[in-house]
Ligand binder design. Structure first.
Ligand code: ZN
Length: 139
């Protein structure tokens, strides 16, 4: 940081230097916290949901619009996951898979969150569109 202050011989001013260091550390911690908050608010929220089945894209849906999607998979479309987007959150309302893990998953809305249905090879992931990226923060 301030190279001059640190390299100047200041035996008498030791106490003051220490206080400056504390202020510097507190300021740094505050800065880190603020950056963390910015990251949380600007980058955390996703705005679209991408559904893939067996690695192939099934559909993309906006989190802003309430929608109910039937994801039918399996040889004769006998497997079903019902994806519901409501109030900016996505969740699996019902599913015919044996484990029911996907239907029991809490609603997702943050970038990178996903609901996976292993038996049906269905993956539902929240993404944020790139234009919404926060401006670069120069420290
Ligand atoms: Zn499932």
């Amino acid at each position: 940081m301030n190279q001059e202050v640190k390299t100047t011989p200041t035996a008498k001013n030791g106490g003051r230097l220490f206080r400056n260091d504390v202020i510097f550390i507190v300021a740094l911690l505050l800065l880190v916290s603020v950056c963390g908050l910015c990251f949380y608010f600007f980058r955390g929220e996703g705005d679209k949901v991408v559904v893939t089945v067996d690695g192939k894209e099934f559909g993309t849906y906006s989190l802003a619009e309430d929608v109910r999607v039937e994801i039918r998979t399996g040889g004769e479309a006998e497997e079903l996951n019902v994806l519901v987007i409501k109030d900016g959150q996505a969740y699996v309302e019902t599913a015919t898979c044996p484990d029911g893990i996907c239907a029991g998953h809490k609603p997702i809305s943050r970038e990178g969150e996903s609901i996976v249905c292993l038996p049906h090879k269905v993956v539902i992931t929240v993404y944020a569109t790139e234009e919404k990226d926060a401006p670069d923060i120069v420290v």
